[in-house]
Ligand binder design. Structure first.
Ligand code: C2G
Length: 132
């Protein structure tokens, strides 16, 4: 069984996330998503709309996702890869090159980002809408 892992915040889940998860799953047979905790998002300087438990529930409802684990820091990736016997690490290519050091432990694949959609853009557009 080929195991794949990916990391992220996945706030305000949108079709860009789903497209990433669908392609990540197609790289193997089992997909683990390491989901950034609220505390780690603070470290990343990301303000989340949904709490960790809501973001986790949404991800667990996606057919491509087999397991959701917490992402608590930048350093856990090597341990995760060893502990879960990961064959492939994958991320959107906005991270191109940033995780090449993991090639020592598993295959590293960067997938093209889906253009024109992001949680930040959704927030901006919603702020611009008149709420009735
Ligand atoms: N993504 C994408 N297309 C978009 C938006 C996001 O392919 N339009 C991908 C990102 O490249 C990432 C994943 O979806 O692989 C999750 O995106 P974010 O929640 O923004 O993740 P990020 O904050 O980049 O966290 O340790 C790694 C970090 O936790 C990554």
């Amino acid at each position: 069984m080929k195991k794949v892992i990916t990391y992220g915040t996945f706030d305000l889940l949108h079709y860009g996330h789903i497209h990433l998860l669908k392609r990540a799953k197609s790289l193997g047979d089992y997909l683990i998503v390491a989901l950034s905790t609220n505390e780690f998002n603070n470290l990343k300087g990301k303000q989340c709309f949904f709490e960790y438990k809501e973001r986790k529930k949404l991800l667990e409802a996606i057919r491509y996702v087999d397991l959701v684990i917490p992402e608590e820091n930048w350093e856990q990736k090597v341990n995760d890869i060893k502990e879960y016997k990961i064959d492939i690490f994958t991320m959107g290519n906005d991270w191109m090159g940033k995780f090449d050091y993991l090639q020592e432990y598993c295959e590293v694949i960067y997938l093209p980002r889906t253009p024109e959609i992001s949680s930040t853009m959704i927030k901006k557009k919603l702020n611009g809408l008149k709420s009735d």
